[in-house]
Every structure is written in structure tokens, then in C-alpha cells.
Design a protein around this ligand. Structure first.
Ligand SMILES: Cc1ncc(COP(=O)(O)O)c(C=O)c1O
Length: 414
């Protein structure tokens, strides 16, 4: 059972679900035990636990902690690394607003850096934005494009900064053969409806060190973390006030079924992207934009780079009319919280509903930070001139060739 195109957000959605998911979720319901911690004989199936183990192995890290969302995963990652009140965290100008909001949620201040030619966090602008208060950077692998980790990781190491990879849109992506989420200090994944593997909602944090894992566990589940066998050794004096971002067994079961599909999704989409990239490499009107890591790209979309914003909109509209799913930016302000200009709470420096707890008011970093509509000109220019053609893992080679032909002819004729 696969789904057809979905114009609002097609480039970033779960791609297929059906009988395996129905069976997995039904088994949990039949068992009658929905809480992630249980005991043999109770009907508990240990789905979340199994998912965490599978995910950690797949990403290549020691620890994976399932949470209720990508946002919760980002917050948990920051809590794990000890990032908090008045710290500065550098985020790219092109990411879903959840990235800077998660920074604010832990009391830290998002500092916006521009993107580079590959639409990821620009190492040069990061370096420019580092101050004595900077604690971390969050490279975001947008729509499966891998950020320039070759420059960002050494820069962070040199400057003593933590790296949290926002992999919400890049489950399974790789940099030089290693999975995203294993390259920095922590990774944060989303499994919401629009993501590569989906349970409607859900997220995962990946971590490498025991100390970070313990803090993550407490933050995301203050009430029941100690049921987890991995926490048996934990010394209680490290206990701090956490919350509840605990995942249900129903969603764990769905994710276990989705994990079996993930390698197939990734190889199909990456294959299509590589072939389309090669075929359009010298196109006179709409060549693909540069990417940092084509071999590890999730292949969710092919990013065409054109000469003007007006042409990008016309091309995207024309492709849509011909049945090719696309994404272009600046068509509608309302639709796009992926561009810093539309992050209203951030641009207006409203960091909390309670002014007394607003880090923009209560911390030196918050008072000092300045945002402006034009602060990331490359982001605006490149996104304005980009048309993302959505790639679907269910494509046959014939469909792939048909899309290529439509893109080529349409771009030359409008
Ligand atoms: C780049 C990025 N970061 C974080 C998130 C937040 O994920 P969630 O919606 O699961 O909270 C998203 C979700 O769309 C995202 O695209």
C-alpha cells in the first residue's frame, strides 16, 4: 500500500505503509500493553526497546532514545549535552522553525548563520558568529541533503563546540560512509508524518557517551527512566527535574515495521537522485545545485538551480501541472516556516510565553542577539532560485525517465 503525491509537502513524507505496519500495531493492541516499559507475561512486546536497539545499530552509535517528536529529540539532545540558560547555539537560516525553538526551550539563544552553496550550515558564517558564549552548532541535513560536515566538525572541535546533527529530514543519510546522527555529539531525528520513516509522530535521539545518555533519559522521562535496564547502574544524586517525552508501544511497533523498509527507500531514492543528477549535470536552464555528499544523500529531492526567483516559481508550477511533485520557496509566506524570515517568535524575540522566563530578556546573549529580515542573503537567494523535484522510492525506471523528460522539456519551453 503506497500513497500518491501530496503537493503540500511531498518531498519529505513517509513513503509507504501497509500490511507489516498493520500487523505490528495490531499485535500490540492484542497484547493489551501500551506502555514502553513492561514485564514478561503482561502482554508487553518491548517494541520501543527493540526500535531503540535497531536504530542505534543502524546509525552506528551506542545509545538511541525514542521520544515523542523531533522537537523533543532536539531538546533532549541539548539537555544531554548540558546546553542551557544563556548559551548560544548556531543554527542555519534554512531549517524548520523547530530547530531554533528547541534551542529556546532549553533557555539558550539561537544564533542564525547563513547557508552555503549546498543549502547546509555555512562553515564560514558559523566561524563569523562564534562568540565566547557559543556552546554548540546544529547542522541540519535538510530534505536529505547532507551539510558540510567535512568543514563543520573540525571547526567545532577546534573551537570546543558541541555538534548536534538535526537529522529530522535525513534518517539514514551518510557522510563519507558513516550515518548522520553518529558524526557529532548527538543526533536528533523526527518520525512525524512527513518523514522518511513515520509513526505519525515520534523522534529519536542518538548519543555516544553514557553520561549524555543518562541525562537524556532523565530529561525525556523523569517519571519512569529507571525502568530502563540501561539505567540500573545510575547514581541517584545526578537526578534533575525532567519531563515526559516517552514513546508509546503502538508507535514503537509502527517504527519497527518502517525500519525494515528504510534501506530500500534509501537505495531507491539515492539511485534516482544520482542518475537524475548525472543526466541534468550540464543542463543549460536547470542544472542540479551542488551537493556536499551525493553518495550519502537521502535522495528525497533533486534540487534544480535556476537563474531567477520568478523562473523558479513558473517552473515549479508548470511541473506540478504536468504531475511532477515539486517544492519551491517563497510561493506563500504562510507555508514556510523553513526560512528564518518566517520564524516569527524568533525574529520578534519572543522566547517564552512568560516574560520572566524569556531568555531574550533574562540573559546577556538574549539581549545582545540581533535578527533581521536580510541577515542571511545567500539563503534567500539560493532558495528563491531552487526548485526541488520530489523523488519517490516507488518510482520505476520508466517513471524516472519520464520525470527527467518532463523536467528537461518544461525548463526549455517556459
Ligand atoms: C529540520 C527539522 N527539525 C526538527 C523538526 C521537528 O520535528 P517534529 O515535527 O517531529 O517535532 C522537523 C520537523 O518537521 C524538521 O524538519
Amino acid at each position: 500500500m503506497t500513497r500518491g503525491n501530496h503537493s503540500a509537502y511531498n518531498g519529505a513524507m513517509a513513503y509507504a505503509m501497509g500490511t507489516p505496519e498493520i500487523k505490528a500495531v495490531s499485535a500490540v493492541i492484542r497484547g493489551g500493553f501500551l506502555f514502553r516499559y513492561g514485564y514478561p507475561g503482561s502482554g508487553w512486546r518491548g517494541e520501543v526497546k527493540r526500535f531503540e536497539n535497531t536504530f542505534a545499530r543502524f546509525i552506528g552509535v551506542r545509545y538511541a532514545v525514542a521520544t515523542t517528536s523531533g522537537t523533543a529529540s532536539l531538546q533532549t539532545a541539548m539537555a544531554a549535552l548540558g546546553i542551557g540558560l544563556g548559551d548560544e547555539v548556531i543554527v542555519p537560516a534554512f531549517t524548520f522553525m523547530a530547530t531554533p525553538l528547541a534551542v529556546l526551550a532549553v533557555g539558550a539563544i539561537p544564533v542564525i548563520a547563513d547557508v552555503d552553496d549546498g543549502l547546509g550550515l555555512d562553515p564560514v558564517d558559523v566561524a563569523r558568529n562564534i562568540t565566547r558564549r557559543t556552546r554548540a552548532i546544529i547542522p541540519v541535513h535538510m530534505m536529505g541533503l547532507i551539510a558540510n560536515l567535512g568543514k563543520l566538525l573540525p571547526l567545532a572541535r577546534r573551537r570546543g563546540l558541541k555538534v548536534i546533527e538535526d537529522c529530522a529530514q535525513a534518517t539514514g543519510g551518510r557522510w563519507r560512509g558513516r550515518r548522520c546522527g553518529s558524526l557529532g555529539d548527538a543526533g536528533a531525528f523526527s518520525h512525524n508524518h512527513y518523514k522518511t520513516i513515520s509513526a505519525g509522530e515520534g523522534g529519536t535521539v542518538t548519543l555516544k557517551s553514557l553520561a549524555h545518555f543518562e541525562r537524556a533519559m532523565i530529561y525525556q522521562d523523569a517519571g519512569a527512566y529507571f525502568f530502563d535496564p540501561r539505567m540500573r547502574h545510575f547514581k541517584k544524586d545526578g537526578y534533575f527535574a525532567g519531563g515526559n517525552f516517552r514513546l508509546s508501544e503502538l508507535l514503537g511497533a509502527q517504527l519497527n515495521a518502517q525500519m525494515k523498509r528504510l534501506p530500500g527507500f534509501l537505495s531507491a531514492m539515492n539511485g534516482s537522485k544520482r542518475r537524475l543528477t548525472a543526466a541534468l549535470a550540464h543542463h543549460p536552464v536547470c542544472p542540479p545545485g551542488p551537493v556536499h555528499e551525493l553518495a550519502g544523500d537521502c535522495g528525497k529531492a533533486l534540487f534544480l538551480r535556476v537563474e531567477s526567483r520568478g523562473f523558479a516559481t513558473r517552473l515549479a508550477d508548470a511541473l506540478e501541472r504536468k504531475g511532477v511533485g515539486t517544492h519551491s520557496w517563497f510561493r506563500s509566506l504562510e507555508s514556510d516556516r523553513h526560512i528564518y524570515r518566517n520564524w516569527w517568535p524568533i525574529m520578534n524575540k519572543r522566547g517564552h510565553y512568560d516574560r520572566r522566563q524569556d531568555p531574550y530578556r533574562t540573559t546577556p546573549a538574549g539581549r545582545a542577539v540581533r535578527y533581521s529580515q536580510d541577515m542571511a542573503p545567500r539563503c534567500l537567494d539560493l532558495l528563491g532560485r531552487t526548485v526541488a523535484v520530489n523523488i519517490d522510492p516507488s518510482w520505476s525506471r520508466a517513471r524516472e525517465r519520464a520525470v527527467l523528460g518532463i523536467v528537461d522539456r518544461t525548463a526549455r519551453s517556459i
